[in-house]
Design a protein around this ligand. Structure first.
Ligand code: NAP
Length: 337
């Protein structure tokens, strides 16, 4: 595959290269793409040095797959240009997620919906991916009615500038601010921009994306998204009300049998998911499984995952792997037919 990584110099881009390398994705030619600011910069992949190129040059090279992690505006403008030359775009921004003509994919759940016609495929929001992966097997078994989620999100979810802000503040250095307030020793109930309904865009992604991924509008999600000074991953407190009653041991069993999920749940040994542990790992960690004692058929759980891995790069590479394995990239299908 001729693969373009758009946003290669960013937080997600860096992890994307690591994940492609670790999983030995079949790359015959690699194009590393970023803004004009970075053109000419050198990056390393599999011990080889690559020069960063601009978007127009990348389109001209007609890659088979382009994995975008360069913000919504870049994606809105450039993803269609790649699609026009036959490239399949996997996009990490929110630009296409709720577009009814685009698939929103968590491979473990709905990769089978992908076809060779899908030229722009959306990767869900990082907080959504980890939550929906845990909700999916439980929804199938007990049928969800309502989800209440509060997030504790890592600064790495905002990008390079935010991590720098936290590090500067911790070191007592004045520098550029990614947030309107200090983040070190703080908690900001403010992820992404505020919308007219008083929720943030991040909260509405958590409310809307699960219904599209699970292809089911029979349940509702309400969210509060909070940024905290961690860097290793996003954490979520999730309260789920089901239509049907559940057995806690069966819930634990269902989750531990779900690919991509690791159950860490033993109060006796202080075992529960944490960002310091999830950092750098591809799995989604679930623990603190408890019945909500205030109402029937309701479960509390705590979900943690590395937002740069399963929340972004790993999920995107898994989509790319599925496309290649199932000959859903135009060039492969041409080669095969
Ligand atoms: N961080 C996460 O956990 C996470 C999770 C899921 C999805 N995402 C999404 O992934 C995207 C990137 O996030 P990030 O955290 O990696 O941000 P970041 O660290 O700020 O990196 C942004 C990347 O986009 C490139 N870029 C910016 N403007 C561009 C333009 N006009 N043309 C070409 N490239 C441009 C940057 O290139 P330069 O270095 O040249 O500026 C850089 O490579 C965003 O859409 C974000 O919503 C992030």
């Amino acid at each position: 595959m001729k693969v373009a990584v758009v946003g290669a110099t960013g937080m997600v881009g860096e992890v994307m290269l690591k994940v492609l390398e670790e999983r030995n994705f079949p790359i015959s030619e690699l194009l590393l793409v970023a803004s004009e600011r970075s053109v000419g910069k050198k990056l390393t992949y599999k011990n080889e040095e690559y020069t960063v190129i601009g978007l127009a040059d990348a389109v001209a090279a007609q890659p088979d797959i382009a994995i975008f992690s360069a913000g919504g505006e870049t994606s809105l403008e450039w993803a269609p240009k790649f699609a026009e030359v036959g490239t399949t775009v996997i996009d990490n921004s929110s630009a296409w997620r709720m577009d009814p003509t685009k698939k929103l994919v968590v491979p473990e759940i709905n990769a089978s919906a992908l076809t060779v016609e899908d030229k722009i495929i959306a990767n869900p929001n990082c907080s959504t991916i980890q939550m929906v992966l845990a909700l999916d097997p439980l929804h199938k078994k007990y049928q969800m009615k309502r989800v209440v989620v509060s997030t504790y999100q890592s600064v790495s979810g905002t990008g390079v500038k935010a991590v720098q802000q936290m590090e500067n503040e911790a070191a007592g250095i004045e520098g550029e601010m990614a947030y309107p307030y200090p983040i070190n020793r703080n908690a900001l109930p403010h992820c992404d921009v505020f919308l007219e309904n008083g929720y943030t865009k991040e909260e509405m992604k958590l409310a809307r994306e699960p219904q599209k991924i699970l292809d089911d509008r029979s349940f509702s999600v309400t969210a509060t998204a909070v940024r905290i000074p961690t860097a290793g991953g996003h954490s979520e407190s999730v309260n789920v009300e089901f239509h049907n009653d559940f057995d806690l041991a069966e819930v634990r069993q269902l989750l531990s049998e779900t690919p991509g999920i690791v159950v860490q749940d033993n109060p006796e040994t202080n075992t529960y998911p944490m960002p310091v542990f999830a950092n750098g790992k591809d799995d989604v960690f679930v623990g603190r499984l408890r019945r909500d004692e205030t109402q029937p058929n309701t479960l509390n759980m705590w979900i943690v995952a590395d937002n740069l891995r399963k929340g972004a790069a790993t999920n995107a590479v898994q989509i790319a792997e599925y496309l290649v394995e199932n000959s859903l990239v135009s060039n492969t299908s041409e080669a095969i037919s």
